[in-house]
Design a protein around this ligand. Structure first.
Ligand SMILES: NC(=O)c1ccc[n+]([C@@H]2O[C@H](COP(=O)([O-])OP(=O)(O)OC[C@H]3O[C@@H](n4cnc5c(N)ncnc54)[C@H](O)[C@@H]3O)[C@@H](O)[C@H]2O)c1
Length: 393
């Protein structure tokens, strides 16, 4: 693949680190940046042969097969439309839009142009996520009842994130998009998200957007996806997931405490990990950050999909559904009520039965609970199928 990188900021550098690593056959041939000096520096750092300060020119360049968007949230729509006009495949960082309306416009533009629209939801490509998802799909933990995902850190690194209009919101749009898509994968992407209840508040920063929030997303099969986000968490970047199934449990810690613990006096300093707050004392570095955050698997999936003319695991459609869920979260934070997820174009299952398959104790009774107590006594609690009476055996 010949790749154009649109953007020269934080995420664009992460992306290019992944794209030029490990003797990949893919080549970054173009970088777009509105600031020419930054674009030149970026091109020099990664040996990129072409630069442009014009979005359309960058996307349309003859040596570009696919454009990677790493621009601020308020530029995603324009950048996608430029790629659609140029009929160049486009893969876009999260969140897809600032809201579902923008996301739907992007989805429709790529579908009309006949190009692939990939959604760069890196946390749905981490080695730990992929292992967990495979376990869930093979039935290891039964039916998922509840999937919780948490992303918290001390706040983002650029001015535009803190501007509600430019970013589309605060911690919910910035971090909730990851959490929602993680839980949605675990619960099942073809299950319709129905409604959302969300608490959000601005606790620590002088901004109009929320810096803390918790939300519950109810799915058509009764499952609950929970997101917890914060821009005021102290101590680095906390990325954790918990999945509770009828037959098992999965706990994932994606970033902090991944296996390396290091102490340093602080007399010499070096980069530790994204959003690490300290460079001395006990530290928790991350072995291969680009890989642990899913970038390598993500780009392999995206480029394989384009080459084989199929859809990647994370598409613009997924980005659109995430935006629709987050719109409902913002509505709920305002109304303080459950708010419906409005999806104009639902492509998953139309109807899903909520499962109620209780375990039999015998022909007449359901089994509620069996437990061995510290005394050694075994307790069995059952319920009569007809009368409903609850009894001890
Ligand atoms: N884990 C992840 O997937 C992840 C992590 C960080 C950021 N992101 C996303 O990446 C995108 C960029 O974030 P970042 O952290 O790189 O921010 P950044 O501020 O470091 O970089 C933003 C880039 O957008 C450009 N830009 C901003 N406004 C522009 C405009 N009006 N016209 C043209 N270019 C403009 C800037 O020049 C810069 O190159 C955001 O959508 C963010 O949500 C994703």
């Amino acid at each position: 693949m010949k790749i154009a990188i649109l953007g020269t900021g934080f995420i664009s550098r992460f992306y290019v680190e992944s794209l030029v690593a490990q003797r990949r056959k893919d080549e970054v041939t173009m970088v777009y940046g509105r600031d020419e000096a930054k674009a030149k520096k970026f091109a020099a750092d990664y040996n990129i042969p072409n630069i442009s300060t014009n979005l359309q020119e960058a996307a349309s360049h003859k040596d570009v097969d696919v454009a990677v968007i790493g621009l601020a949230n308020d530029v995603h729509l324009d950048a996608v439309l430029a790629c659609a006009r140029a009929k160049k495949h486009v893969i876009t960082t999260k969140p897809l839009g600032r809201n579902a309306k923008e996301a739907l416009q992007m989805l429709q533009a790529v579908e009309k142009a006949g190009i692939v629209g990939g959604y760069l939801e890196d946390l749905c490509y981490t080695p730990k996520f992929l292992k967990s998802l495979a376990a869930i799909k093979s039935g290891s933990i039964g039916e998922v009842i509840w999937a919780k995902s948490r992303e918290t850190h001390p706040g983002p690194h650029s001015d535009w994130f803190w501007d509600k209009n430019r970013a589309g919101g605060g911690a919910i749009i910035d971090l909730g998009c990851h959490c929602v898509e993680i839980a949605r994968n675990f619960i099942g992407k073809n299950i319709r998200p129905v409604e959302v209840m969300c608490w959000a508040d601005t606790r620590m920063h002088p901004i109009d957007a929320e810096d803390n929030a918790i939300g519950l997303v109810k799915y058509a099969n009764g499952a609950i996806g929970q997101f917890e986000v914060s821009w005021s968490f102290r101590g680095g970047m906390d990325l954790r997931d918990e999945v509770m199934g009828t037959e098992g449990t999965i706990w994932v810690n994606n970033f902090l405490r991944t296996g390396i613990e290091m102490f340093t006096s602080g007399k010499t300093t070096s980069y530790v990990a994204e959003k690490a707050e300290s460079t001395s004392g006990w530290l928790f570095p991350v072995g291969d950050e680009v890989h642990e955050l899913g970038y390598n698997n993500m780009f392999s999936d995206m480029f394989d999909a384009i080459e084989k003319n199929k859809q990647p695991a994370e598409t613009f459609y997924d980005g659109y559904i995430v935006n629709a869920i987050l719109d409902a979260a913002y509505a709920s934070a305002k109304s303080k009520k459950w708010e419906p997820v409005i999806i104009e174009d639902w492509r998953g299952l139309k109807e899903v039965k909520q499962k109620h398959e209780y375990a039999d104790y015998d022909n007449n009774y359901y089994l509620i609970k069996e437990e061995i107590l510290p005394s050694g006594e075994k307790k069995t609690i059952v319920k009569h199928k007809q009368t409903g009476s609850i009894e001890k055996r």
